[in-house]
Design a protein around this ligand. Structure first.
Ligand code: ZN
Length: 194
């Protein structure tokens, strides 16, 4: 889920940034995506608003949701029986693509649109097709990504050798996070460059 949340940071959407991460049955990341305009549709030329009286000036007609982008970005032949981690419960349009792709489990962070028809319809389709969905329970409320932590660690190691105690209780979380991000970087890097 942390990778999905990190991917969401790439979204240009000023209102709702959503990320999705797909893992296979060996728990390996096979794709990452976030909500964005189709390739070639400039963020400057297409709208990110949703309050315009002109439907063509609203983002709704143009934005690719994170779930669809993640499925299309996969680095394997298919995503059958995979699990998708996603920030927001999928809408009905994404639900159709998820079902057709063969993804069997959805783990979501927020269900804040549960009252809306698009979410009710999505759940109706998931229930009918046996796609399991459940809310994610984070072990940590926050994970801090400190790009300089690797250098800090070297300093700490030096200090430890000289018996100077500067131990930071968060350092293990930071190191874990860096390793985790790096391990998924190969499948993520193509998207980052876009
Ligand atoms: Zn959607």
């Amino acid at each position: 889920m942390a990778t999905a949340v990190l991917a969401a940071k790439r979204s240009k959407d000023p209102c709702t940034k959503v990320g999705a991460c797909i893992v296979n049955d060996e728990r390996r990341i096979v794709s990452v995506g976030y909500n964005g305009m189709p390739i070639g549709c400039s963020d400057k030329d297409f709208p990110w608003t949703k309050g315009s009286s002109n439907p063509l000036e609203n983002k709704k007609f143009y934005v690719c949701h994170a779930e669809v982008n993640a499925i299309l970005n996969k680095n394997c032949s298919d995503v059958k029986n995979c699990t998708m981690y996603v920030g927001l419960f999928p809408c009905n349009e994404c639900a159709k693509v998820i079902i057709q792709s063969g993804i069997k489990t959805i783990i979501y962070m927020s269900d804040k649109h549960a009252h809306k028809n698009k979410t009710i319809a999505a759940k109706k389709m998931f229930d009918a097709t046996g796609v399991i969905y459940r809310k994610y329970t984070p072990k940590n409320e926050k994970i801090i990504i400190d790009f300089t932590s690797i250098d800090k660690n070297e300093v700490e190691q030096t200090h430890e050798k000289s018996s100077v105690s500067t131990k930071n209780p968060n350092i293990h979380i930071q190191i874990f996070c860096c390793i985790y991000v790096n391990s998924s970087f190969s499948s993520f890097s193509r998207h980052l460059r876009n």
